[in-house]
Design a protein around this ligand. Structure first.
Ligand SMILES: [Zn+2]
Length: 239
């Protein structure tokens, strides 16, 4: 499975996922169709599937145009308003790309029916706006308890699992993480690394489960109450 980041808007990543054996290509959360169609064409790939993690327009705005261009089948959370959806997904369902199977897990908090797709064979998960490198999504619809549990589920995956999130927020998250946990050397080290990567204009994701367990204050929170306090702090934090 080959995974390519397609930047869009200010800080979104749309993920193209290609299986060379079957020739199938999926796109995760195409907020904008033009950049993913251009990238796929450059590579000689045809997008046959769209997978949405949640309904927000910066994740679904390109759905219909991608479908029109290539006849892609659109799968997304059954409880949310997903443009052009063909297949409604809920906990325990699967998506397939060639022989690769992605398990659907429900990770509410950012939105109420937000899902993540977990490919156990590849140790890959697409996590949308639930978990970001060193951070997490805002609570637009869900409760702190829901989001805390969702983060624990994602970071309960095996250590090496790569987590593909949908935004480049790592630098501001890292600054908040240092503020929240100033004595943590792993967090300080990662901030320095992220600063260097961003100075060179490089991408800082995917992250891994192991890295998040070590450096993500929202994941490291001991309970939903500590999580809620951190999330509130972050909402007003200016780095
Ligand atoms: Zn969102």
């Amino acid at each position: 499975m080959e995974i390519v980041a397609v930047p869009a808007f200010n800080d979104n990543y749309l993920w193209l996922v290609h299986d060379a054996v079957s020739g199938e290509t999926a796109v995760v959360d195409p907020g904008d169709a033009a950049p993913v169609l251009a990238e796929a064409e450059k590579r000689g790939w045809t997008i046959t599937q769209v997978w949405n993690t949640h309904w927000h327009p910066d994740h679904t705005g390109g759905n219909v145009a991608v479908k029109d261009a290539a006849g892609a089948r659109i799968s997304g959370p059954v409880g949310e308003n997903i443009p052009g959806r063909d297949v409604g997904l809920k906990e325990g369902d699967e998506v397939r790309l060639g022989k690769h199977v992605g398990r659907v897990i429900e990770v509410p908090g950012h939105t109420l029916d937000h899902i993540a797709l977990v490919f156990d064979d590849e140790q890959v998960a697409f996590v949308g706006d639930t978990l970001f490198a060193m951070g997490c999504g805002r609570l637009f619809e869900g409760t702190p308890a829901q989001m805390y549990r969702s983060l624990q589920r994602l970071t309960g995956l095996p250590d090496q699992t790569r987590l593909y999130c949908a935004h480049e927020y790592t630098l501001s998250n890292a600054r908040f993480a240092v503020h929240a946990d100033p004595q943590n050397p792993a967090i300080a080290r990662r901030l320095a690394e992220v600063e260097q990567l961003r100075e060179r204009g490089e991408i800082t994701v995917p992250t891994t489960v192991a890295q998040e367990r070590e450096t993500n204050p929202f994941v490291r929170a001991t309970d939903e109450h500590e999580f809620a306090r951190l999330r509130k702090d972050k909402d007003s934090f200016r780095s």
